[in-house]
Design a protein around this ligand. Structure first.
Ligand code: GLN
Length: 394
């Protein structure tokens, strides 16, 4: 063992990901896991069969770094079908190892040390780790409880000529907020005025509910006038097709932004998994309705969870999209959501995620807890039954 400290300074103050910590807690205590967002039912069998066929057919060596042509073409068709965007599959689409790698490569490819990045908080935890690894300066704009909408004045004062990049996430994890066209237009106006690139993580693009505040559902900011040329849109098959472990993601946008992703990606993973790419192409082309069915079913499970949480005295903010609902636990005598989540397996046999670690403004998130509803109905039902039966007050 060398005597010098082993961990680089850029990682030393970032705690391990709370998702792994809380899933390990669920395994250790045998608790119901309403924490980490992964479905407990897999995606379409025809897509698994397509992956098996690709393995058998010899798709076992390196894929092209930019991604296999069939998948890039299918991603382009998907963007056209849903949003009227027509990325050139050879120059304006790149395949990544999950959206997490797309975020990493986008930031490494576009942000220099010291550059300022405006980001909505609470932020998905990999953003902050990647921004640290890039040496970026974070300029958070807080989505505040209870309604978790962006404060447009706060946004206007955050974006300046010093801003290098705006990092968006809609539908938003962990709050479940789906940004409206009007809110996105404010971001777009600021991006154009200050000549800023927008990177937008839209992995929950199809998981929006029909009673969403905006009847339009999910709007990609790349579709607003003047935004295609400055926007890198990121997504993946993980959430839309319930294959979170496959780690197949992508970025679409104008060639210079896609090339920046590729420039970093080639040194991260070089290329992504060969046999899974044709299978995801099959999903996008031949199972186009599957994500919409998933969203319809998730809406019922959202309601089951939210009604159960309310009955247990944990009044949730009903989300417009994603897998997640958030509650404030302070009225139960828990000012600290992390302490609540660490005690919850013993109190009720349930695991949830404290979201305070997703804020620079710790006070804004200290009391907040996220609950996942991408689980089977009986799992959610048992989870909320346990919560209702337990004494959760401190
Ligand atoms: N995206 C998932 C969530 O928010 C988890 C992914 C992870 O564990 N890093 O729960």
């Amino acid at each position: 063992m060398p005597t010098a400290k082993p961990l680089a300074a850029r990682l030393a103050h970032i705690p391990p990901t709370v998702f792994s910590e809380m899933s390990a807690l669920a395994v250790r205590t045998g608790a119901i896991n309403l924490g980490q967002g992964f479905p407990d039912v897999d995606g379409p069998p025809s897509v698994v069969a397509a992956a098996e066929a690709a393995l058998e057919a010899g798709a076992n060596q390196y894929a092209p770094g930019i991604g296999v042509p069939a998948l890039r073409a299918a991603i382009s068709r998907h963007q056209q079908r849903h949003y009227g965007l027509e990325p050139d599959p050879d120059r304006e689409v790149v395949v990544t190892t999950g959206c997490t790698e797309a975020v990493a490569a986008a930031l490494l490819g576009l942000v220099d040390p010291g550059d300022e990045v405006v980001v909505l908080e609470p932020y998905y935890d990999s953003y902050v780790a990647m921004l640290e690894m890039c040496g970026a300066r974070r300029r958070p704009v807080t989505l505040r409880a209870p309604d978790f909408r962006p404060d447009l004045d706060e946004l206007r004062s955050a974006v300046t000529d010093d801003t290098r990049l705006i990092l968006l996430n809609t539908p938003h994890n962990p709050t479940g907020t789906v940004l409206t066209r009007d809110e996105l237009q404010v971001v777009a106006d600021l991006a154009i005025e200050h000549d800023v690139v927008v990177v937008t993580d839209e992995v929950y693009e199809h998981l929006v509910f029909d009673d969403a505040r905006s009847a339009e559902g999910h709007v990609p900011i790349a579709t607003l006038p003047g935004m295609w040329e400055r926007t890198l849109t990121l997504s993946s098959a993980g959430k839309s097709y319930s294959f979170t472990g496959w780690k197949v993601g992508w970025a679409t946008g104008p060639e210079p932004l896609v090339q920046a992703v590729l420039a970093a990606k080639q040194w991260l993973t070089f290329t992504s998994g060969s046999p899974l790419q044709p299978a995801v192409a099959h999903a996008l082309d031949h199972e186009p309705d599957w994500p919409l069915e998933l969203a319809r079913d998730l809406q019922l499970r959202r309601d089951l969870l939210c009604e159960g949480l309310a009955a247990a005295g944990l009044d949730p903010r009903v989300p417009e999209g994603t897998y997640f609902a958030t509650t404030d636990v302070s009225h139960l005598g828990w000012p600290d959501g992390r302490a609540f989540c660490l005690a919850l397996p013993e109190l009720a046999g349930v695991v949830a995620i404290p979201t305070q670690g997703f804020y620079d403004d710790r006070e804004a998130g200290r009391q907040l807890v996220r609950w996942a509803f991408c689980k089977e109905r009986d799992v959610i039902g048992e989870g909320v039954r346990r919560l209702a039966a337990a004494d959760l007050s401190r």
